[in-house]
Design a protein around this ligand. Structure first.
Ligand SMILES: Nc1ncnc2c1ncn2[C@@H]1O[C@H](COP(=O)(O)OP(=O)(O)OP(=O)(O)O)[C@@H](O)[C@H]1O
Ligand SMILES: [Mg+2]
Length: 338
């Protein structure tokens, strides 16, 4: 028995094997503080509330709608892929959310592989030591055996098994873009950049002088299409499109740059697939925009790898948790702790 836990800036997800198929549960990694009066008023609503010392919070998916009703900003326990140092209460909140997702271990010391981001190449001050230590201890405290695994490597496990675990997996989250290039799990490159969904939201909102809430409403509308960005909103739509295109260009540039640094270990003999995953990649038109940006890039610079195909992950929101579960089960088979 094992569990895969994706700890993301925007969403938390846990994958387990249930009746021979994988079940993925997801919760928004968000919260909102409520005072005594609001607590009384909301008490009848059967909401996901967490009480820590003398404070109360609405957590998870309901935090988004309650924040709107109370006209408050949603708070986030994490920022840029790691624990948010500005939100001290966030640590207790994320602890409660992880507990709700994991529940009790099915056996003492059940393996729990959890995702960690790579250190971003565009923020040399960042590190993930504190973040990794905090979640290892948290998960261990719930009775599991924790094992941190790179988020993009998990996607290689979820999506590239048929290709001998060879591919370039790119996880487009809220806080970061995480990249892993693997050739049969031997030569591998892992890095992240700190421009992703939140960067698109903040910069699109600032560019056209609007709120992040309006940007999110357009961006997360199932009808929004990056190939026809003006259709839903003539101002916010194109702003979102330009920031998406800029993020993709930036990410391709960094991929080629990081590859060049590790050239000797990354001489992949065969063409490999590029897997696009994560909530930020889940929009209509994302794959097409990615292909267009890669073609533009290729006209000016040769690529150091051969591309077999560019494809979307089969479950962009759940791929990391699914891959972590597969990784955990592979470890169980190899080292069998039970
Ligand atoms: N329906 C949707 N359409 C478009 N974007 C969405 C949708 N739902 C969520 N997103 C965006 O996807 C991002 C969250 O994606 P995801 O859950 O993969 O990130 P995360 O794993 O929590 O973050 P990270 O990996 O950076 O720590 C957010 O920026 C969010 O706005
Ligand atoms: Mg993620």
């Amino acid at each position: 028995m094992a569990v895969g836990l994706d700890i993301g800036t925007g969403n938390l997800a846990a994958a387990r094997l249930k009746n021979k198929s994988v079940e993925v549960k997801r919760l928004r990694n968000a919260f909102v503080s409520i005072d005594e009066e609001q607590k009384q008023r909301l008490a009848s609503g059967n909401l996901n509330a967490v009480h820590i010392k003398d404070k109360s919070f609405i957590v998870g998916d309901e935090a988004i709608s309650i924040a709107r009703i109370l006209n408050q900003e949603v708070k986030r326990p994490m920022a840029s892929g790691v624990l948010n140092p500005e939100e001290k209460d966030g640590r207790s909140v994320v602890g409660a959310l992880v507990k709700a997702l994991l529940g009790e271990p099915e056996e003492e010391g059940e393996r729990c592989c959890f995702s960690i981001p790579a250190v971003p190449v565009d923020n040399t001050k960042a590190n993930n030591v504190w973040h990794t230590g905090f979640f290892s201890q948290l998960v261990e405290g719930f009775g599991y055996t924790p094992e941190p695994v790179n988020e993009a490597l998990a996607i290689i496990y979820a999506e590239c098994a048929d290709e001998g675990h060879s591919g370039i997996a790119i996880s487009h989250g809220a806080g970061q873009v995480n990249v892993c290039a693997s050739y049969k799990l031997v030569g591998s490159l892992e890095f992240s950049i700190s421009r992703s969904g939140d960067w698109i939201d903040q910069n699109s909102a600032a560019a056209v002088g609007t709120s992040i809430a309006r940007i999110l409403k357009v961006k997360e509308d199932p009808a929004f299409n990056l190939l026809d960005p003006e259709a839903l909103d003539e101002e916010a739509g194109p702003a979102i499109y330009y920031h998406y295109a800029a993020m993709i260009k930036y990410e391709i540039g960094h991929l080629v740059q990081q590859w060049a640094k590790m050239k000797a270990q990354l001489d992949f003999p065969d063409a490999v697939p590029i897997i696009l995953s994560g909530g930020t990649a889940s929009l209509k038109g994302f794959k097409e925009l990615w292909e267009m940006e890669l073609n533009k890039f290729q006209k000016k610079n040769p690529l150091p790898f051969k591309v077999k195909e560019i494809r979307m992950a089969s479950d962009p929101f759940g791929a990391v948790a699914r891959g972590l579960l597969t990784y955990a089960m592979t470890q169980e088979l190899a080292f069998g702790i039970a």
